[in-house]
Design a protein around this ligand. Structure first.
Ligand code: SAH
Ligand code: SF4
Length: 345
């Protein structure tokens, strides 16, 4: 038996083709598309805009969900929610919803696990399991979009900062972004997406050439190769100078500002010289630095920096006219913070 096609893996054209193969008129595809991405229907029976026999045929031949919510956790302050989903192949992933003022941000995963082994990251500590399909990536957003719709709210932002390295699963990740961005679908503007990469230089160059309006974040964490390689093994393959050269290329082509992420770790990358080195490295580049005080993970002993070191670090970057913000720590009590997503099985 062949596996059922999964509806969220299909583009509108592919859906059209499938329905025409079934002898259905072309416009049915648009009706189903609207049902999926605008009405957020998740079950063929909900598709009141199509005939009953087509609902039944869809139910029989097409899979409408790959994500089975296994556990849901809410942070003490109620503003962060993390859901653990099981996939049909028994792998599992996590997705996080963060509510902050009027923002409703979904942090999505692109892989189960990750192959890149950054030492302080719980996902890296679990190793690589599999790439998610475009449908499995988009369904995470649609799941929360539906939940928010019930409260008359909408997803405002998507950050591709959950489990996995999005540029190791480039095509599926960008296909998911395109589908969620589609004006005839969920219609979430490209600028509302941020993709975070550990710094895969070839993929950054490709991304630059595609001239998307999607925001790019780079996990930097250290401004010299010795220190960066000790935390991010991928730095041996793409050392800092190559990475920063690719970033300059990106800004030249797209005129868009890059965000650099810096997990601030006590005594490791948080002293004056680290800040000066970073300032010198980024001087003249259209960018912004996002400081993330280290979140605890089981496999790493480092500690987050003190408040004083954080503001000291920020002050030094200001001397180089580099804008810098400290990311608010969210959902740490439910292990939903940056780098804390992992499946223990
Ligand atoms: N693979 C991508 C996206 C997922 S990680 C990447 O590495 O960019 C999202 C962000 O969380 C990255 O900047 C990552 O370096 C950071 N991070 C990982 N572990 C962390 C931890 N324990 N504390 C704080 N930030 C962490
Ligand atoms: Fe993978 Fe990103 Fe974690 Fe590094 S920080 S192990 S690239 S998910």
């Amino acid at each position: 038996m062949t596996e059922k096609k999964y509806i969220y893996d299909l583009t509108l054209d592919e859906l059209q083709e499938l329905l025409m193969d079934w002898g259905e008129p072309k416009f049915r595809a648009k009706q189903i598309w609207q049902g999926l991405y605008q009405n957020l229907w998740q079950n063929p029976k909900e598709f009141r805009n199509i005939p009953k026999d087509l609902q039944e045929k869809l139910e029989e031949h097409i899979s409408f969900s790959h994500l089975k919510p296994l556990t849901k956790l809410k942070s003490g302050d109620g503003a962060t929610e993390k859901v653990l989903f099981q996939l049909p192949d028994n792998n599992a992933i996590e997705t996080v919803l963060m509510e902050y003022d009027k923002r409703r941000t979904i942090c999505i995963s692109t892989q189960a696990g990750c192959a890149l082994g950054c030492v302080f990251c719980a996902t890296g500590q679990m190793g690589f399991k599999k790439n998610l399909s475009s449908g499995e990536i988009s369904e995470q957003v649609l799941y929360f979009a539906k939940q928010l719709k019930e409260k008359d709210e909408k997803v405002t932002n998507v950050v591709v900062m959950g489990m996995g390295e999005p540029f190791h699963n480039y095509d599926q990740t960008l296909a998911a972004v395109d589908r969620l961005n589609d004006p005839e679908g969920l219609n979430l503007g490209a600028r509302r997406f941020t993709i975070s990469t550990v710094g895969l230089v070839l993929a950054i160059k490709r991304f630059a050439k595609e001239k998307r309006q999607v925001n790019l974040a780079i996990s930097l964490h250290a401004a010299n190769d010795e220190l960066r390689s000790s935390m991010l093994p991928v730095n041996d393959r793409y050392p800092i100078q190559e990475l920063i050269a690719a970033c300059h290329e990106y800004v030249e082509i797209t005129h868009r500002r890059i965000s650099f992420e810096w997990a601030l770790i006590q005594g490791n990358n948080d002293n004056d010289e680290d800040a000066h080195e970073l300032g010198r490295l980024l001087e003249g580049l259209l960018c912004h630095v996002n400081i993330i005080p280290l979140n605890p993970t089981e496999g790493y002993e480092g500690k987050r920096s003190t408040k004083e070191s954080v503001s000291n670090f920020q002050n030094i970057l200001e001397e180089y006219a580099i804008p810098c913000t400290v990311r608010i720590r969210r959902g740490i009590d439910i292990q939903a913070g940056c780098g804390q997503l992992a499946i223990n099985n």
